[in-house]
Design a protein around this ligand. Structure first.
Ligand code: SF4
Length: 113
């Protein structure tokens, strides 16, 4: 039996999951799905900053378009850190497509003129 807090929404239900992947403590189906993923293939969203190459001392906020495997967080961060974008940027622009073949894009979350 494993126990952890659901991080899908601010309610923060305390989840329990047994070896047969039976989940208790969840107030909605998303918690059960989260618990099963957490023990079989844990994933996380990433938010970070990316260098703006054509502006001095400027960065733009970015995030993953979907959750990535937890074990790839540092590799994806390296890709974000070594990649830059040029201004202007628009919210929703793709900064890196299909980062490290995860099927997930790195998306810009700030407008810079
Ligand atoms: S189980 Fe459902 S209600 Fe509870 S924290 Fe997770 S998403 Fe929110």
């Amino acid at each position: 039996m494993k126990e952890f807090t659901c991080i899908v929404c601010p309610r923060g239900c305390r989840l329990k999951i047994d070896d047969e992947l039976n989940v208790t403590g969840n107030s909605c189906p998303r918690g059960a799905e989260y618990a099963k993923n957490e023990v079989t293939n844990p994933k996380r969203m990433i938010t970070s900053l990316m260098r703006v190459k054509n502006r001095e001392n400027c960065v733009v906020s970015v995030k993953t378009s979907n959750a990535i495997p937890k074990g790839m967080i540092f590799q994806v961060m390296e890709e974000i850190n070594k990649t830059g974008v040029n201004a202007p940027t628009n919210i929703g622009d793709v900064a890196i497509s299909n980062v490290l073949n995860t099927g997930v894009d790195i998306i810009i979350t700030k407008n810079i003129k």
